[in-house]
Design a protein around this ligand. Structure first.
Ligand code: ZN
Ligand code: FE
Length: 271
């Protein structure tokens, strides 16, 4: 795709499986993908835009994130990066916090954060895709107005992991791996019915989904204003968590644990 903007990195969420996004990032004919739960949508996108797949980045071991990695690697020869602490179908470079991934053909270097909680070895990749354009690929750790379930971690671990993501620059593009936004916002509005930013986000997200468009990427700034899991020191969130659980929380981690439990049990209206 040679055009006057071909020097700018292009970021595309590829819908996959039932509600996953596989993030595709490309520049000047070279591409990477993050968490390919299946190969077909990636191969279609590569063919359509004439892209060479240089690398596959994995955030954690769940099948909806790694299901396509063997086929993609076999068909493209792409290098596979993934978390050091997890069992994966294939991995050429095992990463942990402090490591970096140099994507030479895209001119992008990404840094690794350990973000355990959803799984024990979950990692996130962050960096700048263009000067002044920060990004994070956070898998199933931070979602739009939500966070991943605690399958292999404690509330304290997840709260710390979310804290690392929340500390990234406010304009960081948040590239999460699922379209869960409306369901998360329905719950967030129960926690914070008077949060005008959450209400506005609900309206914006509904309009996008009505046109079958992605609600992501988000930004850290928007998550800080609307995601209850990043707002565990706000008085109204503390009060809502205490009222719902029937127990006052003595710390931000305890507030987080109440919120996670509340969200786990939140019944979405049947459609
Ligand atoms: Zn997962
Ligand atoms: Fe997932």
């Amino acid at each position: 795709m040679l055009n006057e903007n071909s020097h700018q990195a292009q970021l595309v969420p590829l819908p996959a499986l039932s509600d996953n996004y596989i993030w595709l990032l490309h520049r000047n004919g070279h591409a990477i993908v993050v968490d390919p739960g299946e190969a077909a949508p990636v191969e279609a996108a590569l063919a359509e835009s004439g892209l060479t797949l240089d690398a596959i980045l994995l955030t954690h071991h769940h099948a909806d994130h790694v299901g396509g990695v063997l086929a993609l690697r076999a068909h493209t020869g792409a290098t596979v990066y993934g978390p050091a602490g997890e069992t994966l179908p294939v991995c050429d470079h095992r990463l942990r916090e402090g490591d970096t991934v140099s994507l030479a053909n895209l001119g992008i270097t990404l840094s690794i954060l350990d973000v355990p909680g959803h799984t024990a070895g979950h990692i996130a990749y962050h960096g700048e895709i263009d000067p002044g354009k920060p990004i994070v690929f956070c898998g199933d750790t931070l979602f739009a107005a939500g966070c991943g379930r605690l399958f292999e971690g404690t509330p304290a671990q997840m709260a710390e992991s979310l804290g690392k993501l929340a500390a990234l620059p406010a304009d960081t593009l948040v590239c999460c791996a699922h379209e869960y936004t409306l369901a998360n916002l329905r719950w967030a509005l129960q926690v914070e019915p008077d949060n005008a930013a959450t209400r506005a986000r609900w309206d914006d997200s509904q309009a996008l989904r009505a046109r079958n468009l992605p609600t992501v990427p988000s930004t850290i700034h928007l998550e800080l204003r609307t995601n209850p899991f990043l707002r565990t020191t706000q008085e109204n969130v503390i009060a809502a968590a205490a009222a719902h659980s029937g127990t006052p929380a003595s710390s931000p981690v305890a507030v987080f644990a109440h919120l996670r439990e509340w969200k786990n049990n939140f019944k979405q209206p049947s459609r």
